[in-house]
Design a protein around this ligand. Sequence first.
Ligand code: IPE
Ligand code: IPE
Ligand code: MG
Length: 239
Amino acid sequence: MADINKLPVHVGIIMDGNGRWARLRGKERSEGHRQGAEVFREICTYAADLGIKYVTFYAFSTENWKRPQLEVSAIMNIFRTFLREAEERQQENEERGLRFRFIGDMSKIPGDIAERVKALEERTSDKTRTTVNLAVNYGGRAEIVKSVRRIAGMVKNGEIEPSDVDEKTIEEGLYTAGQPDADLIIRPSGEQRLSNFLLWQSAYAEFWYSDVLWPDFTKSDFDKALYAYSKRSRRFGAV
Ligand code: IPE
Ligand code: IPE
Ligand code: MG
C-alpha cells in the first residue's frame, strides 16, 4: 500500500479502452461503456474511502462527438442511468461526503441530462470530503479558450488591464477553479497520451500508464498507481 502521507491530492483518470474490451468479447462497444461505468462507480467509491480529495474522471471528450451517433447516444444513456442512481443513492453518497461536479460544456448535452447534472451538483455542493469531477464534453483546449474569453470580456469592460492577467486569472476561468492542480494522471488501455485532458492542470502531474483496459481496471490497479506515485520525486523545477 502507498504511504498515506504521500497520497496525491488530485487524481485524474482517463477511462479508456471500453471499445477494445467489448470487441475482444465479440460485444457491442456500448457494452464496454456499460462495464466501464460499473468500474467508474467502484473506483469512485474506493478513492473516496481512501480519502483522496479530488478525483477527475474523463468520461466524454469534445472530440468524442465524432463517434457514430448510436455509440454517442448509448453513452448519453449511461450518463442518465448514473444520474438516476446518484439520486437513489443520495444518502449513501452523502455519508461518504461526495461532492459531484461536472466539468465541460453542458450546453451541448441533452437538456434532461444537463438539468439532472445541475440538481446533483446543487444537492452535493456542501460536501467537502471528496470532490468527484466528471469530465463530460470536456476538452482542455476548449476550457482554456473559455477562460481567455472571460478575461477578454473583463479587459473590454475596463475591469482589468492586460498587464493584470496572470496564471491566477486564467485559473479562475477554468472549470476546476479553486481546485488544486492534478498530481497524478492515470491512463489505462496502453495509450500514452493526454487526449486533451486537463492540459493546464497537468503541468507538473505525474503520469501512470497501464495496459489494462478500463472495464478490467481494479482497486488493485489503483493501488499500484498510488504506490508508484508515492515513490516519485517531484521537483517542480527546483533541485
Ligand atoms: C473510452 O473508451 C470511453 C470514451 C472515450 C467515451 P473508448 O471507447 O475510447 O475505448 P477504445 O479506446 O476504443 O478501446
Ligand atoms: C480519451 O479517450 C477520452 C476519454 C476517455 C473520455 P479517446 O479514446 O477519445 O482518446 P484517443 O482518441 O485514443 O486519443
Ligand atoms: Mg479510446
